[in-house]
Each structure stands twice: as structure tokens, then as C-alpha cells.
Write a protein that binds this ligand. Structure first.
Ligand SMILES: *[C@@H]1O[C@H](CO)[C@@H](O)[C@H](O)[C@H]1NC(C)=O
Ligand SMILES: *[C@@H]1O[C@H](CO)[C@@H](O)[C@H](O)[C@H]1NC(C)=O
Ligand SMILES: *[C@@H]1O[C@H](CO)[C@@H](O)[C@H](O)[C@H]1NC(C)=O
Length: 474
């Protein structure tokens, strides 16, 4: 269905006639759906092109940190989030050999209080479904529509069927292995092997509940990270505590391995990898029915997310793919989408498309790049072999934990957490990540630059002026 046909005339906040653009979003993943939703809300005509024959998503656990929950709740998805999410109570950093809790950061209601929005653990497929249900009524979703080539200057895309689709603007939300990125960058990218791979698995939570040592892992609703030499394991419960999600980082031993979310892994090999780890970990891994092995590749930040002709922009993993060490990949894509939608709600002339895209990039680039870098930082922090550096790390994390416990008892914080090895305990870092409001950033940009942008449009004066309250104020 195409909502555009039933839409009445829309005005921008400045009282200009809003110009409904034809926008083609390439890729129906989390980022593509979020972009489609936001741009449709901004009054544009959106077509999503998806290569697969059915809409859906694979993968396992993802996190909706407060900065993302903030946006989703603003989009009216609060009840759905609450239904599909598990509210994370704390982050627990544990030692590989004896299961000791070394670092601990309380989250739960504290996060609500501090940032105004909850922190949820979700199954990626549930999250995708919620976004799809939000976006689909407002845009045209086409499956079996693989984009084989792009003309970034028309702009248009050609599908595998030979069909050519023209638009005013193309948004490349086609993920880590983006085709559209090649057009922006000017060729295929050269990802580097990180030397790590990640096993992923889901265990029915009832299996953990049957074991006294494992039951707390479900009941406490914490995110657990076991740090060990050369690897770490992340485990938390999702799907209304019905499933336990595991991601296990380890040295990449796949010869000529491929970067794929769906490559089958070998359970025996997986268990062998963590052979010396504590009994709790071993018991947990013994419950894994099957696993996927995902080779982790690193990519440098792109010089630009926008094609020079100003009609094609990238979003989410296609322009800033993240290593999963800090669970922020999907958050970044959702924030990108919010900023894009917000900016394009101001669009009253085609000549504004390129400047608005550059505004999107300038608002998002620094943050996404910084997150890209800080998420790889955890790899070096977590994977230290036992020795002086590991002991120093653990000392820092323990001090932060003692401090968190003091605060939880109602006492004063007495320890400086800035730069702490437990990046979640670092309040400065968390404020930057969780306090960020993507919509607010876009509004700020518009307040400073909007008038100048509008002044560049000569035809503007010819358009009917409508007195809105926003307009009268000036
Ligand atoms: C696991 O840790 C506990 C202490 O928390 C210890 O008693 C036990 O020996 C450890 N098991 C292994 C296999 O290291
Ligand atoms: C919406 O965009 C699609 C793709 O560009 C186009 O085929 C369609 O005609 C547009 N609909 C309207 C109402 O402009
Ligand atoms: C939200 O916060 C997380 C904190 O870990 C951060 O990684 C992510 O980049 C933030 N997202 C946005 C859109 O700012």
C-alpha cells in the first residue's frame, strides 16, 4: 500500500509546501526499515527494495540502549518493545577461569532514571518484525528485488529482472556487504580480517533453569561477559526470558573462512576452544544445540557516506559497519534513520537534497566513527592473556565495581571512572552514548543552518506561504 496517495498536503515547519520526494531505500534490514519509517513520516514516498524473497531477519540477541529506546518510544513502539524485550538489570564482567565477577555496572531502573528510557535486550528477529509492522503501512516494500547496478546521478537502480526504478534520492541500507557503497567509494572495499571470529548460539532458557549454577544467569537478567585470554563470551537472556543468547569471540581458525552471518559452526570445536574455562562456562556451552561461526572483518571509516552527485547516501552498516564488541551496530543505524527523517521533513525543494544529505553526514559521521573505534577497543581490553596487564585491568574494574556497590547502598561515589577499562562504568562515555538524542541533534543543526539553506533556493518565494505557529514566531 502507498500512503502517499491518501496523504493530504504537508507543510514544513517553516510553512513551506513540503515537497514529497520519491525515495528508494535499498535493503529491508533494521536500518532500511527505520529509514523508511522516518522518511515516510516526513511526508515522502518510500519504496524499499529487498533482494530476498521474504521479509525477515536472522541473528540473535541485540540491545536497545536508552538512546535507541528513546527514538523507538517516540515512534510509538514502546508497548511492543516492552513486550519483546528483557530489561537488562546490570552488566557483569567475569573472569574466565573462576567465574569471579570482576566488573559490575548496575543498569535496570537506574538507566531509566538517568537517561529517561529503558535498556532492553532483544531478539533481532522480533525487533525487525516490530519495525516492519511500523514501516510497512507507510511505504511500498518490494521483495525479490535485488539491485544489480546503480546510476547515482540520475539517480536510478536496476534490478536483477532488468527493471529500472527512478527516484529523487537513493538510500543505501544494504548492510555490511553493501552494493551501493561501491558506488559511493568508487570500487569494492577491502575488509581486513581481525583475526577473530564469533560463534553464536541460542539455548532454550528452561535448560539453564534446571541447573543450580546456571539458573541465576536467566533470573538475574544481567548481561554477562566472561573475559579470557584471546577471547570473550557474552551471554544474556532474551525473548521474555525464554531463550539465552550467546556470542563467543575466539581466534579465527577458519581457513579461507567467509564473512557470513549464517555460516554453520562446529559445536565440538567451539567447546574445545573454551576447554580450560570455568565449569559454569563449560556447563553452559554443553547446552548449545548448534552454532553459527561468523568471521569478523574490520573496515576503515569511509571518507564519505554520500555520492558526489548528492543523490545517493549510505546508512547503517553499509557506511559504518561495527565489530560487535560493544553491541552498538543497530543502534547507530536507527540513529542515522532518525536524523535523516528529521532533516528531510524540512525539504521544500529538490535543490535541498544534497545539502540535507551533507547535513546528515556531518551530524552522524563523528559519532558513528567514534563508536566504530571504541567498539574495537573492547577487543583489546577483554582478550588480555593472564599477566600484569590483565591484573591491572581487573584492578580497575574491581575498583569501579566497589564504587557502584557503594552508590547502590546510597553512599557517595569516591572513585574516578573516566577511562575505566569497564567502558560501561565510565559515566562520561555512557552519557555520550546513552544521552544522545538523534532528533535533537538534527533540530540543532536546522536551527543554525536552516535559514541559510532555504535562502539558497531561489524558487522559494514563489511558493504559497502558510502561516504556521512556527512561522509566526520569526
Ligand atoms: C570455577 O570457579 C570456582 C570458583 O568460583 C572454582 O571453585 C572452580 O574450581 C572453578 N572450576 C574450574 C574448572 O576452574
Ligand atoms: C513512489 O515512488 C515510486 C518509486 O520511485 C514510483 O514508482 C511511484 O510512482 C511513486 N508514487 C507516487 C505517488 O509518486
Ligand atoms: C547509543 O548508545 C550506545 C551506547 O553503547 C552507542 O554505542 C550508540 O552509538 C548510541 N547510538 C546512537 C544512535 O547514538
Amino acid at each position: 500500500m502507498n500512503a502517499q496517495q491518501s496523504k493530504t498536503t504537508i507543510y514544513t515547519k517553516e510553512g513551506e509546501l513540503q515537497l514529497p520526494l520519491n525515495i528508494v531505500v535499498i535493503g529491508c534490514g533494521l536500518g532500511g526499515l527505520a529509514a523508511a519509517y522516518c522518511l515516510a513520516q516526513a511526508g515522502h514516498n518510500i519504496t524499499i527494495l529487498e533482494a530476498a524473497s521474504a521479509i525477515g531477519d536472522v541473528g540473535a540477541g541485540i540491545q536497545s540502549s536508552p538512546n535507541v529506546s528513546r527514538l523507538l518510544m517516540r515512534w510509538g513502539l514502546g508497548p511492543q518493545l516492552q513486550e519483546i524485550g528483557v530489561k537488562i538489570q546490570a552488566l557483569s564482567l567475569k573472569r574466565w577461569s573462576n567465574d569471579e565477577v570482576i566488573g559490575w555496572t548496575p543498569l535496570g531502573d537506574l538507566v531509566d532514571k538517568e537517561y529517561g528510557f529503558p535498556f532492553y535486550l532483544l531478539h533481532r528477529a522480533d525487533f525487525h518484525r516490530v519495525l516492519y509492522e511500523a514501516a510497512e503501512p507507510h511505504c511500498n516494500v518490494r521483495v525479490n528485488s535485488r539491485v544489480v547496478s546503480v546510476d547515482p546521478s540520475k539517480p536510478s537502480v536496476t534490478l536483477a529482472s532488468g527493471e529500472i526504478i527512478y527516484a529523487d534520492l537513493l538510500i543505501g541500507a544494504d548492510g555490511v556487504k553493501s552494493v551501493t557503497r561501491e558506488y559511493v567509494v568508487g570500487g569494492p572495499d577491502q575488509p581486513r580480517a581481525t583475526g577473530d571470529a564469533a560463534y553464536r548460539a541460542l539455548i532454550p532458557a528452561e535448560k539453564l533453569l534446571q541447573d543450580d549454577d546456571l539458573r541465576p544467569l536467566v533470573e538475574k537478567m544481567e548481561s554477562n561477559i566472561w573475559m579470557g585470554p584471546g577471547g570473550h563470551i557474552v551471554g544474556y537472556t532474551i525473548r521474555a526470558k525464554k531463550e539465552f543468547n550467546l556470542v563467543m569471540m575466539h581466534p579465527d581458525d577458519t581457513e579461507g573462512g567467509i564473512e557470513s552471518w549464517t555460516a554453520e559452526g562446529n559445536v565440538d570445536k567451539m567447546i574445545e576452544t573454551y576447554k580450560g574455562w570455568n565449569t559454569t562456562v563449560q556447563k553452559l556451552l554443553a547446552l548449545v544445540p548448534s552454532t553459527l561461526n561468523w568471521r569478523l572483518m574490520d573496515r576503515d571509516p569511509l571518507p564519505s557516506w554520500i555520492h558526489k552527485d548528492g543523490k545517493l547516501a549510505l546508512l547503517g552498516d553499509s557506511c559504518h559497519p561495527m565489530l560487535p564488541y560493544r553491541a552498538q551496530g543497530s543502534a547507530m543505524a536507527i540513529e542515522d534513520a532518525a536524523v535523516l527523517g528529521n532533516l528531510f521533513s524540512h525539504c521544500s525543494d529538490r535543490s535541498q537534497i544534497a545539502p540535507l544529505l551533507y547535513a546528515y553526514q556531518s551530524i552522524r559521521y563523528h559519532r558513528a566513527t567514534a563508536t566504530q573505534r571504541s567498539s574495537s577497543l573492547n577487543r583489546f581490553i577483554f582478550h588480555k592473556p593472564d599477566g600484569p596487564e590483565q591484573e591491572e585491568r581487573d584492578r580497575e574494574m574491581r575498583a569501579a565495581k566497589e564504587d557502584a556497590l557503594r552508590v547502590a547502598r546510597g553512599e557517595k561515589s569516591t572513585y574516578t571512572l573516566t577511562g575505566n577499562s569497564n567502558q560501561w562504568a565510565d559515566k562520561t562515555k555512557s552519557d555520550i552514548q546513552f544521552g544522545y538524542d538523534a532528533d535533537e541533534e538534527a533540530e540543532k543543526w536546522w536551527l543554525v543552518n536552516g535559514k541559510r539553506l532555504m535562502a539558497l533556493v531561489p524558487s522559494m518565494e514563489l511558493k504559497p506561504r502558510v502561516m504556521s505557529s512556527a512561522n509566526r514566531d520569526h
